[in-house]
Structure formats: C-alpha cells, structure tokens
Write a protein that binds this ligand. Structure first.
Ligand code: FEO
Length: 394
C-alpha cells in the first residue's frame, strides 16, 4: 500500500496483507487484514504511530522513503503485539535518534519481546502529551484492550484518534476510509468478538472517554479508518452492553449421527417457537463465525457425543474458546449422546467457569434418540423460550 494522506501533516504508511488467512494461529482472517501505521509531521518534530508486522517491513520502509520522511523523533507504540511493533528493530536501526514512546507496561513488553534496550523507550503516563511544535499528541491509557500495555494516541489539533486494535477490523481493502457500513459492521463485529469481547466490561469506560474528545477520525491499526466515529462507537456500545437477542447458538459435532439428529430436532423445535438458531458443525465451522454469533445470543447449547469417557475434542476446543471469550450468554444447556458411559456433561460444565448463565437441564441420552428423548428436546426448547421471555427478548 502506498503512503496516503489523511490531512496535510498526517499520512498512512502501513501495509495491506491481502493473503493472511489466520492470526495468532487461532483467528481466521478470511478477508485478510492490514497493519496501519501513521506519520504525523509537526512544525518541529515528526512522530510515527505504530509500525507493521515484520512480514511487511520492506513495504513499510519503502512507504516512509517515498514519503520523504528523513527524520523520526518519536515512535509511538500503542501496543506491543508484534503485528504493530514487529518492525521496530529495523526502524530504530534506520532512525537511531528516535525515542520510542509507550506505557510503562509497553516498555517492559517491547524490551522482552523485541529485545529493544529499555533506554530507547520513554514511558508516558495516562494523559501525558508530547509536542511536535504545532501538533500535540495526547496518550490515553486503555489497559486490557486487549493487552495490559495498550494506549490510544490522540492528535489534538486534527481530532484524530489512533486507536490501535480498538475499533479495528481484519479487512484488507484498498479503501483508506470505511466505504460500506454493512461490510464494516460485519468485519468489525468479527474482530470485536475474537479480540475484544472478553474485555467488554472495561471498554465502556474507554468509550465514554473517547466520546469526550473532539473527534474527526478514528484511525485503528487494522482495517479502514472511521470517518464517522459515532457509527463505530454506537456499534461498540451495543456489543458491550448486557442486552441479548432471541438467538441460540449450538456448536456441535457428531460421529455417527445421533448427536446431529438431536441438534436438528432441537433446531426445528426452536424455529417453531420463534427462536433464531445458529447451529455450527464443528467439523468444518470457522471459529470466527461462532465468536460473532456469541456476541448477541441469549443462549448457547453445546452438543457433543462422548468419546471414550468425555466430550469430543472438537467440542473441548469450542468450549474452551467460549469460556475464554466470555460472551454475555444468559442461558446454557448441553445435549448429546453416549455409547456406554462417561462424564461428558460434567466435563463440559467444568470447562465453563467464566460463564455465569442459567443452566437448563441437559438432554444427554444413550445411543440414538427415541420418542421420549425427542420430547425432552422439545421440552428444552420450551424452557429456552421461557427464559427468553423472562429476559424480555421475545
Ligand atoms: Fe493487532 Fe493485539 O495486535
């Protein structure tokens, strides 16, 4: 991606990664991503906001050269994860006089992850400012979105908030700014679900702080820039709220069809009762889609056969992920089938200490479902609907 102008003194110098299909070897990125970095040129000093993933450092350095950036006084590292800090070592070789700016925690992480001497890094307090002459950078500490080191950088005179991962999206696009509101809602929601959802309770106070700024742009470090900040702030407000929707997510896997038959019967029973259902076959489902569905769903029903003495390993993976992502789920249950025994239900319950939900009686049966088992699934659908009515979402 060539360097592009945001304002006369601010340029985007990051890189688009069209081909990246997986992040952290965990998060599918079907639409690729970008690593955004920005140069702010004041009347006296020049600052670089974040760097890029090391795989794109050549493109990044080329952008700086083509823009004619001869001096960098400050390199602001909002967050030490390597997709933003990873090109710092080469950058500091090229600009040996540059001072790195980070939070105290960021300083520690930059030093340990990138082996940058701590003497090169200046830690800044929450609310601290740095003058670039006619431009001022203000630093807002925002720990746990999504690492403990994170901060946002606000360019006061231009009203630009460099928000790093917060408000970002894994979306490779040649558009510098958001062009398609529907598309960005989907990709930003996916990003929120995978990265930010476990921290939704702290994000609220950061949004309140951001709202008090005079904002023209929110420039994240992944995906296009928000030139209508209220829109992404509204979306985040709805995602972090405790409000749930009349939706049930059913992650399942089936070995010989018994559990699948149960999932299909429950799905049909829920549809008949006017409840939206998202069954995800874990044999092929993309974990990002499951994470997205978890953002709003009132209920999760985990469906697993018993393998040897416990849940199927694919269900173990999905259950671990659900517990880690801490969705706002209000109601849960477990269904499935066993051959000769095991402790699948208890094993799944034990894997969900972070989920504080109403637990409905499981429907866990021996072998293939008979008429009585199918009636139990219909009863479970009734109980889910009853809960949804209690939550005032039906
Ligand atoms: Fe985009 Fe947490 O790094």
């Amino acid at each position: 991606m060539a360097a592009r102008e945001l304002t006369g003194n601010v340029h985007a110098v990051g890189a688009i990664d069209w081909d990246r299909q997986m992040f952290d070897e965990l998060i599918p990125t079907p639409e690729g991503t970008s690593y955004n970095a920005y140069v702010v040129q004041g009347s006296e000093k020049t600052a670089l906001i974040d760097t890029v993933d090391p795989s794109k450092e050549e493109e990044f350095i080329t952008n700086l050269a083509r823009l004619g950036v001869g001096t960098i006084d400050y390199v602001v590292i909002n967050h030490a994860e390597q997709d933003h800090s990873g090109s710092l070592p080469i950058l500091l070789e090229l600009f040996p006089m540059a001072t790195v700016i980070a939070t105290e925690k960021g300083k520690e992480l930059i030093s340990s992850l990138l082996l940058i001497p701590e003497a090169r890094v200046q830690a800044v307090e929450d609310g601290a400012t740095i003058s670039l002459g006619d431009r001022t950078l203000e630093f807002l500490h925002t720990p746990w979105v999504h690492w403990p080191d994170t901060m946002l950088t606000y360019l006061r005179e231009d009203g630009i908030l460099f928000s790093c991962d917060l408000f970002g999206s894994h979306l490779a696009t040649s558009d510098l700014y958001v062009q398609d509101d529907q598309a960005i809602e989907q990709s930003a929601k996916r990003y929120f679900a995978e990265i930010m959802m476990p921290f939704r309770h702290v994000i609220g106070k950061y949004i309140e702080r951001v709202e008090r700024l005079d904002l023209s742009l929110i420039a994240p470090s992944h995906g296009p820039i928000h030139d209508s900040p209220p829109r992404i702030l509204d979306l985040y407000r709805s995602w972090i709220s405790d409000e749930v929707k009349n939706e049930v997510v059913i992650p399942f896997v089936s070995m010989h069809g018994s559990t699948k038959q149960m999932v299909e019967h429950l799905t049909e029973a829920l549809i008949e009762r006017g409840v939206h259902v998202h069954p995800f076959n874990l044999a092929s489902a993309d974990t990002g889609s499951i994470a997205m569905a978890l953002v709003d769903a009132a209920t999760v029903v985990i469906a697993s056969p018993t393998v040897l003495f416990g849940p199927h390993p694919k269900v173990v993976y999905a259950t671990f992920l659900i517990n880690m992502l801490k969705p706002k789920t209000r109601c849960m249950s477990i269904i499935g089938s066993f051959g000769w025994g095991g402790k699948t239900v208890q094993a799944i319950v034990d894997m969900l200490p972070n989920i504080k939900a109403d637990m409905l009686d499981p429907v866990y049966i021996k072998g293939q479902a008979i008429e009585e088992d199918l009636r139990q699934l219909e009863h479970l659908a009734d109980e889910i609907l009853k809960k949804h009515k209690e939550y005032n979402i039906v």
